[in-house]
Design a protein around this ligand. Structure first.
Ligand code: ZN
Length: 148
C-alpha cells in the first residue's frame, strides 16, 4: 500500500450490515430488536434497554446539518488531495446523528438546520463513503435516489 492510499474502514461484526448497505447505496441504521430504539454508529448493546439483539432498517438519508468543521490539513496522506473539505454531523430524520463529508464549498456559508440529503460515493479503492449535499443544490440523480 502506498502512503497516498486512503485508509479502509475497520469493519466489525457489529458494523458489517452498515458497510454491506453502503455498497448498494443504502444507509442502514441499527435498531434494537427488543425496544426498537435506533442507534448509529453500530454497537453491540442498546443504551436504552441493554439488549444484545438488533436488526437493521434503511434510513431515508435525509436530515439537517447539526455541526461541521473544515479540514485544511490532511490527517492522513491519502486525503492530501481532498483538502479543504467539510466534515459534518447530520441529524437524520430517523432521530440519530451521522457523520459524513458535506459536499459544500469549504469557504461557503453554512447554517445549522440546513436540509441535506445523503448519498454513498464509491472511492477509487471500492469503499463507499457517506456524503451529504445541501438540499438546495440537490444530489445528482443516481440509482436508489428515487425516494428523495
Ligand atoms: Zn433496546
Amino acid at each position: 500500500m502506498s502512503t497516498s492510499e486512503k485508509p479502509r474502514p475497520h469493519e466489525t461484526e457489529e458494523s458489517r450490515p452498515y458497510w454491506r448497505g453502503a455498497e448498494r447505496g443504502a444507509l442502514m441504521i441499527q435498531r434494537c430488536a427488543h425496544c426498537g430504539k435506533l442507534r448509529h454508529y453500530p454497537r453491540l448493546v442498546c443504551d436504552n434497554c441493554h439488549s444484545l439483539e438488533s436488526d437493521w432498517v434503511e434510513a431515508s438519508r435525509r436530515g439537517t446539518l447539526h455541526s461541521w468543521t473544515v479540514a485544511h490539513h490532511a490527517f492522513h496522506p491519502g486525503f492530501a488531495q481532498d483538502v479543504p473539505y467539510v466534515l459534518a454531523t447530520i441529524d437524520l430524520e430517523e432521530g440519530v446523528r451521522a457523520l459524513g463529508i458535506l459536499d459544500a464549498p469549504a469557504d461557503g456559508k453554512l447554517a445549522p438546520g440546513a436540509a441535506v440529503t445523503g448519498r454513498f460515493e464509491r472511492r477509487g479503492d471500492g469503499v463507499s463513503v457517506l456524503h451529504f449535499f445541501l438540499a438546495r443544490q440537490g444530489p445528482r440523480l443516481v440509482k436508489g435516489d428515487d425516494q428523495c
